[in-house]
Design a protein around this ligand. Structure first.
Ligand code: HEC
Length: 272
């Protein structure tokens, strides 16, 4: 849902990819055991593949049916403490803790596989579908799975070092309060897929949130909270691409923690 408008940026490119990939979609898994490539045909024929129903699909915003494989079955050698990244065709990178992906109870992660013979609907008029591969969840509420954890148009899932190790410039001070640490967790979960901070992160979709200036330096706290809830309520223009975050995704107290983390990081700017 969050990125529905993003392909506008590179419509031509995606259009080209979409045209070819329905015939020959491949998912690359870079895991402890090595790199393995799955074709959609092999995944559709996977012994654990099932027809599943997703009542409140994030990308399509309605109930959907998919042919899907339990993601845990594909994550050979991955441990609960590991960190994974799902990379989409357009470069969007979702950071994913392995534990909820491996869980077999409560929230359950499935890799939905688009059948080239029966393509999924377009995400919007003139746009490609959520395929070829899309991470969907059953009972997402059981593990507080947010919309950024439903990456679609996935091309690659890879094991990476935890974020804190890859990007120490994102870390709060070692003696920061638990509130600031909790805000850092919210930042990773909700913001890092699109924003860098201190130049650190894998996405460049939105502006860096600390350099040259941190939004807490130029937006009064009330306005920053308002912006995160509904960007267009502060600055309106047709091409705004940042989604709003409702209370069901980030509660009021989590939003306070998130802003606390940003404020804290204003005092920890990376030297450029
Ligand atoms: C799907 C991508 C995406 C996500 C997720 C996202 N943003 Fe953004 N954000 C953007 C883009 C793109 C812009 C630039 C304005 C626009 O196009 O909407 C932006 C702009 C901003 C700005 C305004 C900067 C300015 O001065 O104009 C702030 C502040 C901000 N984001 C904070 C956040 C925070 C905090 C989160 C996490 C809760 C977040 N964003 C999540 C894409 C995203």
């Amino acid at each position: 849902m969050q990125r529905l408008l993003k392909p506008l940026l590179c419509l031509a490119l995606l259009g080209a990819l979409h045209g070819t990939r329905v015939a020959a979609a491949e998912l690359q898994l870079e895991l402890p055991a090595g790199t393995r490539t799955w074709t959609s045909a092999a995944l559709l024929a996977h012994p654990l593949a099932e027809d599943i129903r997703i009542p409140a699909d994030v990308a399509y915003q309605r109930a959907m049916h998919y042919r899907a494989v339990p993601l845990a079955a594909l994550l050979e050698g991955v441990a609960a403490g590991d960190h994974l990244q799902a990379v989409a065709l357009d470069g969007f990178a979702a950071e994913l803790a392995a534990a909820p992906l491996l869980a077999r109870q409560g929230a359950r992660a499935w890799l939905a596989v688009e059948d080239p013979a029966q393509p999924w609907p377009a995400l919007a008029k003139g746009k490609p579908s959520a395929g070829p591969f899309y991470l969907v969840w059953q009972h997402p509420e059981a593990a507080q799975i947010g919309p950024e954890q439903w990456p679609f148009q996935v091309a690659r899932i890879r094991l990476l070092e935890p974020l804190a190790q890859r990007f120490p410039a994102l870390l709060p001070a070692a003696d920061a309060s638990t509130e600031v640490q909790a805000g850092f967790a919210q930042f990773q979960k909700n913001c890092l897929a699109c924003h860098r901070l201190n130049g650190a992160g894998d996405s460049q979709f939105g502006p860096d949130l600390n350099i040259p200036h941190n939004p807490t330096e130029y937006l009064g706290a009330g306005f920053l909270a308002q912006y995160i809830r509904n960007p267009q309520s502060l600055r309106r223009w047709p091409q705004g691409r940042m989604p709003g975050f409702s209370q069901s995704v980030i509660s009021d107290s989590q939003l306070e923690q998130l802003i606390g983390y940003l404020r804290h990081m204003a005092g920890r700017k990376a030297e450029l």
